[in-house]
Design a protein around this ligand. Structure first.
Ligand SMILES: Nc1nc2c(ncn2[C@@H]2O[C@H](COP(=O)(O)OP(=O)(O)OP(=O)(O)O)[C@@H](O)[C@H]2O)c(=O)[nH]1
Ligand SMILES: [Mg+2]
Length: 194
């Protein structure tokens, strides 16, 4: 969180994390497409030739005031492919909240668990206590024939304390529920600090 008292502006950083191809970039693309253009900036996507995220995606939103401050909500995605670990850690740095985008396909459970472990390790190595970081879990690709129900995913990740939201990102299902949920937990957390 960064507050510019002169401009009465507060920057809030939310990172979409998860295994490769779970739908992190699709979340930002849908938000960018559906939100009023007056309330958002351009979507900046750094992609490889095969449409995979290289380094990160970025989208900024402007919402109503919090305690007289104008929030700039900055959404980032990490690149999910395993060899971009260093980029993921850089993108996570300074996050006020995380959306963990899990792939609900039953064949992707090992990838979800590995990504969750990597994320937990990175957060701790940045000097942040995992339990204190606002977090929402999105179970994406619920349209797949082999999709597992959100409660089962939550059990597999062994994280009973977090809110879990089912989603079909390609159809915008659960996208704004996720965004609202993470903003709510982050803002509640920030208000305690102000
Ligand atoms: N069936 C289905 N496909 C989806 C859904 N959401 C995203 N996809 C597809 O999954 C593929 C990967 O989506 P991305 O959003 O690029 O995934 P990512 O998590 O950003 O991937 P990396 O950048 O490599 O980490 C694309 O072909 C999407 O169209 C969904 O809800 N259901
Ligand atoms: Mg991506």
């Amino acid at each position: 969180m960064f507050i510019n008292w002169q401009l009465r502006q507060i920057n809030i950083k939310i990172v979409y994390y998860g295994p490769s191809l779970s739908g992190k970039t699709t979340n930002l693309e849908q938000i960018h497409q559906k939100i009023d253009p007056g309330k958002r900036g351009e979507l900046i996507s750094l992609k490889t030739y095969a449409d995979r995220t290289l380094y990160f995606d970025f989208l900024q939103l402007e919402l109503g005031k919090i305690n007289g401050l104008t929030p700039k909500i900055q959404l980032y995605t990490v690149p999910g492919q395993t060899f971009y670990e260093a980029s993921r850690k850089l993108v996570l740095k300074g996050a006020d909240g995380v959306v963990f985008v899990a792939d609900s396909g039953s064949n992707r459970m090992d990838d979800n668990i590995e990504s969750w472990k990597d994320m937990s390790k990175q957060i701790e190595s940045l000097g942040v206590e995992l339990a204190k970081l606002p977090m929402i879990i999105q179970c994406n690709k619920q349209d797949l024939p082999n999709a597992l129900p959100p409660d089962m995913l939550k059990n597999m990740l062994n994280c009973p304390e977090y809110m879990v939201i089912p989603a079909i990102a390609i159809n915008t299902v659960g996208i704004f529920e996720t965004l609202k949920a993470i903003i709510t937990v982050v803002v509640t957390d920030i208000q305690k600090q102000l």
